[in-house]
Design a protein around this ligand. Structure first.
Ligand code: ATP
Ligand code: MG
Ligand code: MG
Ligand code: MG
Length: 431
């Protein structure tokens, strides 16, 4: 007998198949039992009719506990009423392991309890939907960058130095030397862009952030892009095309999941390029108009500021040309103003905050060296990075997108902790 998965059932209507599954939930009466089965590829209802299977199998079905693993043999039928469109008319059940007191029941649970049981919580329909959306964003990311001539050039995770200083770095030992876990692969991507033209990367990044917000993880996954012969505006165009592409891919390929999450699809439908742009100067004015009297030119934006700015738009919005003082050392200065740099943050709608940080990079040797000194960075550690500016240096730009924030936004999930299988948070290293 053919063993198939739930998402393959549509090709096997009328056939008797074998399904490896867990019991997500069940209800039963004296004559019929409905088993909510899941196998990772989807959810399906198994129908056990006493008259057809006999007393023994029917009693076995009625006694199944939540999350028991089993093989189910049955016939696939089409059923318009079920959300998946198919049902399994159960003939036999072979229990593999009977689960005992599964702690996450259909009733409401507190967040700490769910986080303590993250290894089991992941099995819920909601978490399943979020993970499928995460997967679709990753898949669409590879498609987008491959379609647009990029080469994947993953940077190292263990590094000797880091672009943003050392305050948020995880320290470790590299044999006898000091090393840090990567906070961003950007500097390496810049070097790779000089070799390969257009590059992207996808990998974990680590920040020892003491902030306990719904947008910050200690370990998160970043998609980074870098391109040679590229100025800021061209980079913003790539960003908006990329973000629109993944939003549309999720809308197209994760309809069931978005519906299960109760996501308002119209919020994603209009995520199409181009995205609006507002300068930092105008963003400050807008904030003053909205009654944020405390913020002054030169301050960085916090979550409430980003949310207030984003409220004026129904798409992500670029805030461009931030003050030099609140951005890292490597950003290219504005050609006619020395107080702002050629950069942009992309702010997601609906209060999800910054999802991308990007900029044009300094490509002049003397200016970059001066910035490294001004920022008090260890020149020796950046020798190779500076050296790039001596060997056919060109204007280049790039960006980094936080995967988990993007998953949260597209899924409509409140807190970033639900967007990665095992979140690393300020006070949580287990499970
Ligand atoms: P924020 O201002 O929200 O702290 P950032 O400016 O420090 O973010 P960048 O260094 O620009 O972040 O990193 C690029 C992207 O990585 C951000 O736009 C965001 O999407 C994501 N990101 C940054 N820090 C985190 C974090 N701690 N957890 C999850 N995602 C993050
Ligand atoms: Mg930060
Ligand atoms: Mg920021
Ligand atoms: Mg940023």
């Amino acid at each position: 007998m053919k063993k198939i998965m739930i998402n393959e059932m549509s090709y096997h209507v009328g056939e008797t198949i074998k399904l490896g599954a867990w019991l997500a939930n069940k209800r039963s009466s004296g004559k019929i039992a409905f088993l909510q089965l899941r196998d990772g590829s989807g959810f399906v209802q198994g129908v056990v009719v006493k008259e057809e299977v006999g007393e023994d199998i029917f009693q076995k079905a009625k006694g199944l506990t939540q999350e028991t693993s089993m093989y189910v043999i049955g016939e696939v039928t089409k059923d318009e009423r079920s959300s998946f469109g198919y049902e399994l008319q159960v003939k036999e059940i072979e229990v593999i392991q009977a689960a005992v007191d599964f702690p996450i029941t259909p009733k409401e649970h507190g967040t700490e309890f769910l986080m303590d049981n993250r290894h089991l919580w992941l099995r819920s329909r909601k978490q399943h939907a979020v993970m499928k959306i995460r997967n679709e964003i990753i898949r669409a990311t590879y498609e987008f960058f491959n379609n647009n001539g990029h080469i994947k050039a993953d940077p190292p995770i263990l590094t000797g130095s880091s672009p943003e200083g050392t305050s948020e770095l995880f320290h470790t030992k590299y044999f006898d030397e000091d090393a840090y876990l990567s906070q961003s692969g950007q500097l390496y991507l810049e070097a790779s862009a000089m070799a390969l033209g257009k590059v992207f990367s996808f990998g974990p990044t680590f920040r020892a952030e003491k902030s306990k917000t719904r947008r910050h993880l200690i370990e998160f996954w970043m998609i980074e892009q870098e391109m040679a012969f590229c100025e800021l505006e061209e980079n913003l165009e790539i960003q908006e095309q990329y973000v629109a592409f993944i939003a549309q891919a999720v809308l197209k390929n994760c309809k069931i999941e978005l519906e299960r999450l109760g996501r308002d699809l119209s919020k994603l439908e209009n995520i199409q390029a181009p995205f609006p742009r507002i300068t930092y100067d105008d963003a400050i004015k807008l904030l003053h108009e909205k009654g944020f009297d405390d913020i002054v030119w030169g301050d960085d934006f916090g979550a409430p500021h980003e949310t207030a700015i984003a409220e004026s738009y129904d798409k992500p919005v670029f805030i461009t040309h931030y003050p030099v003082g609140i951005k890292p050392f490597y950003m290219q200065p504005h050609p006619t103003r020395d107080d702002v740099v050629l950069c942009a943050d992309l702010i997601a709608p609906e209060g999800y905050g910054e999802i991308i940080g990007g900029s044009e990079r300094i490509w002049d040797y003397d200016l970059l060296k001066q910035r490294i000194q001004e920022h008090g960075l260890d020149e020796a550690a950046y020798a190779w990075y500076l050296d790039l500016r001596k060997q056919g240096s060109v204007p280049h730009s790039g960006f980094g997108l936080g995967l988990e924030r993007t998953v949260a936004w597209l899924s409509g999930v409140e807190h970033i902790r639900e967007t990665i299988p095992f979140p690393r948070l300020l006070n949580r290293l287990y499970p």
